[in-house]
Each structure stands twice: as structure tokens, then as C-alpha cells.
Design a protein. Structure first.
Length: 248
């Protein structure tokens, strides 16, 4: 009986940084005919365009029921007057960005952390409203990220050190290899509040679906918002959940 379904992106609607597949696209289109759908992710808006919009085949008339929240909810987009328009943005100032980048550098030195010899793209990325560290770089192949996550992941240690240096920011683990930093109290729970206000919903009207709802996971913020949440193990389980919704 929920009116709005919020999805994570990586690991939930798609595999990490891969384009949404045809079946998922079709299921979401059918869901948009019945429900409000929102997607909240640590990914940048440019990454949303590559990963989500590139493979999404819905009629634009259904976009009135869709909302996009990149960079962990620190910005939001709605489809209005024929295009996706930014409705808010919690942009970091240049001094805030410098503080975050310096904190990463100091943390790496204090821990004796060395970056892998081979990386793929930027390791520290400025996403405007969020600074993101990706251990193998932003464009790393999925299989290499899985291997790193399984055998070499030190992000929990890095996060603890960063928290000492950045008490006024939100710091969370993202995906398989990333750490995302935004302003304090700007997270997926913040996005839930925006969705509630935009679509005039109650908290009981909303459910979140994500693969990282466990304690410390980058989806766990939504639990604090007071909404229902359903964990999934990946896109295939998400598809089964959507199919269930469609027959209710």
C-alpha cells in the first residue's frame, strides 16, 4: 500500500557503474504507472545520465512520478517543462572542498596508506556537492573492485580517521570501494524528507529498497528517517520485489 518507492542505484537497480538493463527499465516504467519512484545514490548527476538515463526507455509522460537525487541526496532533480531540472543543491564551498581533500591526505599519511599501483581515473573526485574517494579510481572494472573489497578494503579505518578531522561533515562508505563526504546532515535521510515534501507524502507512504541497509552501510541513513526499508542482494532481487509490487 506504499505510495512511493525509493531505490538505491548501484547494487540495487544496476551492478556497480553499469547501465540499467532492459528488464529493469521495463519494470520501473510499469511501476511509475502506479507509484512515485525516487532514486537516491552517491553517484554524480553525470553518472546518472550514463548509468540510468542511457538505458531507461520510459515515456516522458511518466516522468512526473520520478525524482532523482544524486550525490547522496545533496542535490535533487525533477522532470519539468521537457527536461530534468535541478530543484536544490547543497554545494560545497571551495574552502570546504579543500578541507576535505586535505583531511584525506593527512589520513593517508597517518595510516601509512598507499594507493594501488594501478588506478582507473580520479581517486578523489569533486562532485560539487560531495567529495568522493574511490580506492581504484572512478572507472575501475567491477571485478577488480570486488576483489579489492574482499581482500584489501581499509575504508572503515580511513573513515574513523576522517571523522576526527572532519567533525562537521557526513562521511559514509559507498559501493565497493568508495567513501563519500557531504555537509553535516546531508544524506539519504535528508533526501527522504525532500521526497516527502515534494510529493506531499507521509513517512508511512514511503519504502526504501537498497543493498546496503546494514549498520554502517551507505543506505542505513534512511532508517533514521523513520520509513520502511527492504534489503536486497542485487538487481535480480530488486526485480522480484518490483514484480511483487506490480501485482498488489
Amino acid at each position: 500500500m506504499k505510495k512511493a518507492i525509493i531505490f538505491d542505484l548501484d547494487g540495487t537497480l544496476t551492478l556497480s557503474k553499469t547501465v540499467i538493463d532492459d528488464e529493469m527499465s521495463s519494470l520501473l516504467c510499469k511501476l511509475l504507472e502506479k507509484k512515485i519512484v525516487a532514486i537516491v545514490s552517491g553517484s554524480s548527476y553525470d553518472q546518472f545520465k550514463k548509468q540510468f538515463f542511457h538505458g531507461f526507455g520510459c515515456e516522458t509522460a511518466l516522468f512526473k512520478n520520478l525524482a532523482i537525487f544524486p550525490t547522496s541526496g545533496s542535490s535533487g532533480y525533477l522532470y519539468r517543462d521537457g527536461s530534468w531540472q535541478k530543484i536544490y543543491e547543497q554545494a560545497l564551498s571551495n574552502s570546504e572542498k579543500d578541507d576535505i581533500k586535505n583531511a584525506f591526505s593527512e589520513t593517508f599519511r597517518a595510516m601509512g596508506y598507499s594507493h594501488p599501483q594501478k588506478t582507473y581515473g580520479a581517486v578523489i573526485e569533486d562532485r560539487g556537492t560531495q567529495i568522493t574517494f574511490s580506492a581504484l579510481g572512478q572507472e575501475a572494472p567491477l571485478q577488480e573492485k570486488k576483489e579489492w573489497n574482499k581482500k584489501k578494503d581499509r575504508r572503515s579505518e580511513i573513515k574513523k580517521e576522517l571523522e576526527k578531522r572532519l567533525p562537521d561533515f557526513e562521511i559514509r562508505l559507498g559501493g565497493l570501494t568508495s567513501i563519500d563526504v557531504t555537509r553535516k546532515n546531508i544524506d539519504k535521510a535528508y533526501a527522504v524528507g525532500k521526497i516527502k515534501d515534494i510529493f506531499n507524502l507521509s513517512l508511512n507512504d514511503i519504502i526504501f529498497v537498497g543493498d546496503s541497509l546494514y549498520k554502517g552501510g551507505n543506505d542505513s541513513d534512511v532508517i533514521r528517517a523513520g520509513i520502511s526499508a527492504t534489503p536486497v542482494s542485487g538487481p535480480e532481487e530488486t526485480k522480484r520485489f518490483i514484480k511483487m509490487l506490480l501485482v498488489l
